[in-house]
Design a protein around this ligand. Structure first.
Ligand code: HH2
Length: 257
């Protein structure tokens, strides 16, 4: 899954794809490089970010979605109305970092369109989520949350086989908690749904490499993290650098039993 952030303020590629033409060519390049889908988003959820209004989010993503019609697209949004417009314009998957807690209309929109859905775990909200996140058992708590949200989505009419789950790397988690989630991915896999991971360029990677103030991680560190997650059973990788991940994961896949 290639990332196309149509935002001025995303943590690693903010502003790069704010113009619809730039976003379109980045998305087309990612698909040519082997992405199965591109995830278009108009709201940054980086730590400390504020939300964006419905009108601003639509203004950012609609021109991009119009240009990408016919290509495999996912919409990264928590808003029912943004999802509805995106699905009308051909998006196939709704990637909701709030796991249906942000907008009560979203589940019905996804169910009504027969779309795929990604449910992600987040402790707290972006504005404050990195202030001392705490868990007694991070893998167990994330799995229990995702199991509950899976139940909510299914009850709203989204077929279970259309849903993937995501531990939400960096969303209310310390570096050690992020690592523990990858280490114990089996606890999430036990829920029986494909696991998506978003490790790409996240600050934990820079911190592992010795910079306690890092806000991003390198491409090489991202690829290493993706391969480690692949080894533990993750099957969808949300990434900025598609070519490098496709090549590394193709080799990791060829080696694995
Ligand atoms: N991470 C980000 C945004 N959306 N969606 C899922 N399912 N999983 C993730 O880990 C995830 C996500 C944050 O990364 P990015 O889009 O690069 O930055 P920003 O939120 O600043 O736009």
């Amino acid at each position: 899954m290639g990332i196309v952030n149509v935002t001025p303020d995303s943590f690693s590629d903010g502003g790069l794809h704010l113009q619809p033409d730039a976003a379109e060519s980045a998305a087309r390049r990612m698909i040519a490089e082997g992405a199965a889908i591109v995830d278009v988003g108009g709201e940054s959820t980086r730590p400390a970010s504020d939300g964006v209004t419905l009108d601003d989010e639509l203004r950012r993503v609609v021109p991009v979605l119009e240009r990408l019609q016919g290509l495999p697209v996912s919409i990264d949004t928590a808003k029912g109305e943004v999802a509805r417009r995106a699905l009308e314009l051909g998006a196939e998957l709704v990637n909701d970092v709030t796991a249906l807690r942000g907008d009560e209309t979203l589940a019905g929109v996804v169910a009504g369109a027969g779309a795929y859905l990604c449910l992600m775990h987040m402790q707290g909200e972006p504005r404050t989520m990195q202030r001392e996140p705490r868990y007694a058992d991070v893998a167990g708590e994330v799995a229990a949350f995702l199991e509950e949200r899976l139940g909510v989505a299914i009850a709203a009419g989204v077929p279970e086989e259309r849903i993937c789950i995501d531990p939400g790397i960096g969303f209310g988690k310390t570096t050690e908690q992020n690592l523990e989630l990858v280490r114990r991915l089996d606890v999430l896999l036990a829920l029986g749904r494909p696991v998506l991971v978003g490790l790409s360029r996240k600050s934990s990677l820079g911190r592992i490499l010795g910079d306690p103030e890092a806000t991003t991680g390198s491409t090489a560190a991202s690829v290493g993290a993706a391969v480690a997650a692949f080894d533990r059973g993750a099957s969808i990788f949300r990434v900025h650098d598609v070519r490098e991940h496709v090549e590394a994961l193709a080799v990791a896949g060829a080696v694995s039993p």
